[in-house]
Design a binder for this molecule. Structure first.
Ligand code: ACO
Ligand code: LMR
Length: 264
């Protein structure tokens, strides 16, 4: 029989050995000739399957909506400072990416985890939010530095509108909105933010599309795929900010003394 040398790597998402590369078994010529988009490529390489058009379009909307949010947010600020220190594109990009985490852009997975758990267990928003408070955990996906009840995040509204029109069910998003109604009764800035909207809506996409088993959904949520959407999206903006600073020939950044409280 055949003797097979043991391999050191197992890979299941792509293959470059043939005439053309394949993503999850789909040849590049099909991807290009059939007019696949970035959402389809993400579906193949992350989820290892082709998803219906309304799902791939949702993924693309997430990418477009989260591509940038101006120069003042943590990620862009870091990239700008790094570019102005004369560093290269990759250094400026990763400097910005490194700020993505539980407070900024990287709350999508935890939002999905906590909303799913609370909704599946049938907790009322009051029980969920007060339970989180008792544990000393801020509700991921809730709260914003500049957005509030009277200055809603347009991105969240656009995502919700898309899902209402195209998703078979928006159960998790509706739960997140009920949580928001409760948190807004506590403080004006405790809105459902873009991380929370994407986290809850992705749960609806996964469970409503009929393309994933329950175990697969649990695995996706447990591993934490969804922050990848923000990382990928925001890379577009961070690269843009890096080019912008270089084009503008901006000098080394130094923070003004007047903006620091020096104290003992
Ligand atoms: N859940 C419960 N209570 C909250 C939350 C929350 N998510 N956010 C704020 N609060 C309450 C707390 O009582 C907080 O007091 P504490 O510091 O003792 O915990 C109080 O509001 C004051 O909060 P602020 O200082 O006004 O909030 P800030 O503007 O600094 O924070 C932030 C904004 C970081 C987004 C915060 O709301 C938070 O941590 N949210 C959860 C993480 C999250 O979803 N991040 C993604 C934001 S969207 C994006 O980055 C693209
Ligand atoms: C973002 O997308 O970067 C923001 O929601 C964060 C912010 O403070 O504006």
């Amino acid at each position: 029989g055949k003797v097979r040398a043991p391999t050191h790597i197992i890979s299941t998402i792509s293959d470059d050995r043939g005439e053309e590369p394949c993503y999850a078994g789909v040849p590049m010529s099909t991807i290009i000739e059939q007019g696949y988009g970035v959402g389809d490529v993400i579906s193949l390489l992350w989820f290892k399957r082709s998803l219906p058009r309304y799902c791939t379009q949702f993924i693309e909307i997430c990418i477009m909506l989260c591509a940038d949010h101006g120069p003042c947010v943590s990620g862009a600020h870091n990239s700008i400072v790094t570019a102005r220190a004369g560093k290269d594109l990759v250094s400026s990009l990763v400097s910005g990416l490194l700020t993505i985490g539980p407070r900024f852009g990287g709350a999508i997975d935890d939002a999905a985890r906590y909303f799913k758990d609370a909704c599946d267990r049938g907790l009322t928003p009051y029980e969920f939010v007060e339970g989180m408070k008792k544990k000393g955990i801020r509700v991921p996906g809730i709260g914003h530095r500049i957005k509030s009840r009277d200055n809603r995040d347009k991105r969240v509204q656009l995502l919700q509108k898309y899902a209402h029109t195209h998703f078979p069910s928006v159960k998790y998003m509706e739960y997140a909105v009920q949580v928001e109604t409760y948190t807004l009764s506590k403080a004006n800035n405790l809105v459902l933010n873009v991380d929370g909207a994407i986290g809850s809506l992705f749960l609806d996409l996964l469970s409503g599309s009929g393309m994933f088993t329950k175990q697969e959904i649990d695995e996706i949520v447990e591993i934490g795929y969804l922050n990848g959407l923000f990382v990928l999206a925001r890379s577009i903006g961070l690269i843009g900010h890096t080019f912008d600073q270089k084009r503008l020939k901006q000098p080394l950044y130094r923070h003004p003394w007047e903006d620091v409280l020096y104290t003992k």
